[in-house]
Design a binder for this molecule. Sequence first.
Ligand SMILES: Nc1ncnc2c1ncn2[C@@H]1O[C@H](COP(=O)(O)OP(=O)(O)OP(=O)(O)O)[C@@H](O)[C@H]1O
Ligand SMILES: [Mg+2]
Length: 359
Amino acid sequence: MTATVGKEQVLGALSRVQEPELHQDLVTLDMIRDLEIQGGKVSFTIMLTTPACPLRGQIEKEARQAVAAVAGVESVAIKWDSNVPNDGRMRGLMNMPIRNAVAVGSGKGGVGKSTVAVNIAVSLAQSGARVGLLDADIYGPNIPTMMGVDRLPPPNGKKLVPALAYGVKMISMGLLVKPGQPLIWRGPMLNSAIRQFLGEVEWGELDYLIVDLPPGTGDAALSLAQALPLSGAIIVTLPQLVSLEDASRGLQMFRTLEVPILGVIENMSYLDLPDGSRMDIFGSGGGEQLAAATETPFLGKIPIDPAVREGGDSGKPIVIAWPESAAAQALRQIAESLAAKISVAALGGKNELPINIVD
Ligand SMILES: Nc1ncnc2c1ncn2[C@@H]1O[C@H](COP(=O)(O)OP(=O)(O)OP(=O)(O)O)[C@@H](O)[C@H]1O
Ligand SMILES: [Mg+2]
């Protein structure tokens, strides 16, 4: 004889399962959808706050165990869906259907900002999120080469249509000028270019817009922070002290602009040698040190790997070209923790920062 299982019992069991990062249970967070019970067969959908959820495995295990322990349950089928929370300050702004915008910066040039931006964007898209990539480096745009794109689709009326590569919608000044043409801009032009990239590009609905900033602590970040409320910035640094000083300046600049810092990433952390040993070319531990000193999360380390550079040069990001490599794994994990941090910030009411809207 099959006992009848009630919805209340199943929801009761699931209300004892915590979302590990949001520190509330799955029922309170309204994450359980489409609960159906047929005899002893239970099925439901878990609605995540990001398709790139790093804790999906843990949530699944605990939810399954809790429901399986209910008397009469014979099987548990779990489906997944996601709804990325909207950064509260984005709502209604410029009619922009962008849920979260994240800037990738550093005080320093050549530390891997563009590489990180590209690979994070592609990783998030691969997990199923709707992702845009805005190249705010209008002096030295590298994103088109790194994404293997050399032209934009024809515009739609007055709006630019972003290029699409690896599931990511992207825009770059490099796609609007002829190759090799010098890019000389005066300050106000930079400001208006960034505004055009936000307001006059047909982005469609985006869960995440990743913005690659030029080196330095300057104008682009300011223009960007004034043009839309950023969910936050991530800071890329190398492990050595001199790079840290620059990264620290970059970080303080975002704080001055009242942009939350989502975390620090240490790039080119170490080199794995063929004999299995590890070489710290640029020293070690600097990123963690910077994160600790500035009380910001440390998002992870990315090793030096010639394949990362080859991927950049050939337009095939490492997370696509060699997904199993240590560098690609590190970049994917960083993308996942970033997505989790954005969800926590969006749902945790930590968005009461002043809105910087100019116009
Ligand atoms: N982990 C890595 N291993 C090997 N090469 C890397 C790694 N990260 C970045 N690179 C290479 O280092 C160079 C600089 O990286 P990238 O262009 O991403 O830096 P950036 O900070 O955006 O530079 P800029 O300040 O000029 O915009 C590129 O050729 C890139 O492919
Ligand atoms: Mg760059």
